[in-house]
Ligand binder design. Structure first.
Ligand code: HEC
Ligand code: HEC
Length: 211
């Protein structure tokens, strides 16, 4: 492991320790004034932690880390809740979500959902890849749930412009059940070949639409 990565991981651990303070609203809070900035400071501390992996400008540091800027509020909240209660397992997100209270998860989901989806340098898929992705969509009806142009909505994830490596990894994990928080998606991915999943990941990563 490079010293940069070691230093980076260490930094994240320090940030984790910093944000693991009790949530406001506990019994001890009722007797003292509640400065309006307190919740804002708490949120900013947590956002700083998120940015260490999900990116200061919305572009994640690692390609297998998903974009969360501009993702839908309902979907973001559900994923944080699933990481917290262990329905979705990930060694990086588990410890991050574990200390979060419901109010934190709602505030974070709202905060990130209001950001603009970042522009990545991922190129549009070539015609043959786009055709394979379109056929897979016809067979399974992805856009029936993920909406026109894979924009997502509410608790449905936006997929357009998501990081290719993350999309590929998470679809395979949904397929094997390693990511088992939505059994319906697991059934659909089992019915989709690995080649089609690769084409879908490439197509979705390069998909643009005007906001
Ligand atoms: C140590 C790095 C790290 C930190 C810090 C971190 N994340 Fe993550 N996050 C990840 C990784 C990696 C994944 C992908 C997990 C997987 O593959 O299942 C992820 C996934 C997510 C997802 C699911 C997105 C999707 O498309 O399904 C959400 C939501 C999320 N993180 C929110 C946050 C928030 C909010 C914070 C700050 C409180 C945060 N993360 C801090 C690394 C991190
Ligand atoms: C019946 C509705 C439905 C259909 C059809 C469907 N999905 Fe999904 N998909 C979902 C739901 C719901 C989730 C969120 C699962 C969760 O809560 O973890 C999801 C999650 C995903 C994710 C993870 C997103 C992220 O940010 O981690 C990907 C990728 C995905 N779907 C791709 C597809 C593709 C590609 C197809 C078509 C081959 C498809 N889905 C068809 C409902 C559907």
């Amino acid at each position: 492991m490079s010293s940069f990565v070691t230093a980076f991981r260490l930094g994240v651990l320090v940030l984790l320790a910093l944000v693991a303070v009790p949530a406001p609203g506990g019994a001890q809070d009722t007797n003292r004034p509640h400065p309006p900035s307190q919740d804002g400071d708490r949120l900013q501390g947590q956002v700083k932690l998120c940015s260490a992996c999900h990116g200061e400008n919305g572009i994640p540091q690692e390609k297998e880390t998903p974009i969360i800027w501009g993702q839908h509020l309902g979907y973001l909240y559900l994923q944080l809740k699933d990481f917290k209660n262990g329905d979705r397992k990930n060694e990086q997100m588990g410890p991050v979500a574990e200390p979060l209270e419901r109010v934190d998860m709602l505030a974070l989901a709202e905060y990130f959902s209001k950001k603009a989806w970042p522009r990545t340098a991922q190129p549009p898929a070539k015609d043959d890849v786009a055709l394979t992705a379109a056929r897979a969509n016809t067979a399974v009806g992805c856009t029936g749930c993920h909406q026109n142009q894979y924009r997502g909505e509410g608790t449905q994830a936006r997929l357009a412009g998501q990081t290719r490596e993350y999309l590929f990894k998470t679809m395979l994990e949904i397929r094997t059940g390693a990511r088992g928080n939505n059994p319906g998606m697991t059934t659909l991915m089992k019915a989709t070949s690995e080649e089609d999943i690769a084409a879908l990941a490439e197509y979705l990563a390069g998909l643009r639409f005007s906001q």
